[in-house]
Design a protein around this ligand. Sequence first.
Ligand code: CP
Length: 307
Amino acid sequence: MSKFIKNLITPNDLSLDQLNDLISLAQDIVKNPELFFKSAEGKVLASLFYEPSTRTKFSFDTAMLRLGGSVIGFSDPSTSSTAKGETIADSAKTVSQYADIIVVRHPKEGTALLMSKHADCPVINAGDGGHQHPTQTLTDLLTINSCLGRLENLTVGVCGDLMFGRTIHSLVTCMSRFSNINFVFISPKELTMPEYVKETVTKNGKTYVETNNLEKAIPKLDILYMSRVQRERFVSEEEYMRLKDYFVLTSEKMSLAKKDMIVMHPLPRVNEIAVEVDSDPRAKYFEQVKYGMYVRMALILKMLELK
Ligand code: CP
């Protein structure tokens, strides 16, 4: 049997077989979580969050605790020796003397990759700036497979801040490897998809259309993946204020969608999905949160090669 990956920096570090294995293990955990409660006993996860998080941090921490392991780390780097000028390389080397696996989120693109080059244990990217967020993609794949029963033959609309949205970059580059996927990129012209993502889609033989009209796009979609316009990625507050409410998904717009379309969102949401949509059975974003914990349990087991 081939070894699982050492580090997870982008979703493309995982082959399609490895992705399918992970989703399958996560689905086993969803069905019988108690069978896995002692699987990581004695193991330690370090969760290093240099940028705010609710879901990613708590889901990783909870995943490790539910596997019987322990968690160390910080969610405020000013309480660590980073505040005294320690480099990322030295922090990675140091923390890996204590922990069996490191999860890192950082506002700068490339930090997880840098850490992986210096740590003596596996490193998982929990979001690096506007670049990638691979474990959100695993969460999304488990959600799609659980709700729609397939990861193929889908029209996927991604909507909002496509330029800086790392969850969207990861999802689109990863899903473009599955069969018969079409994309609809829905954004204001100021926040269109980066060229490297579009090139990956084309290289993988898939098609995309670009539009700024959500109402026109929605009837064709199997999945509508909404995203927040991210204040923290804008240089100009004025530009953020102008674009932040460009798309708002309402019940009226949902009435244009297929009866079995699902709505996803990595969260946090600001205004882009009206609260009235939460009670629509097609709204899956809070189920998605729970799937995030289960798929991270599966990922920890695979990366630590635990039964
Ligand atoms: N989806 C996601 O990354 O959420 P957090 O920023 O709360 O971790």
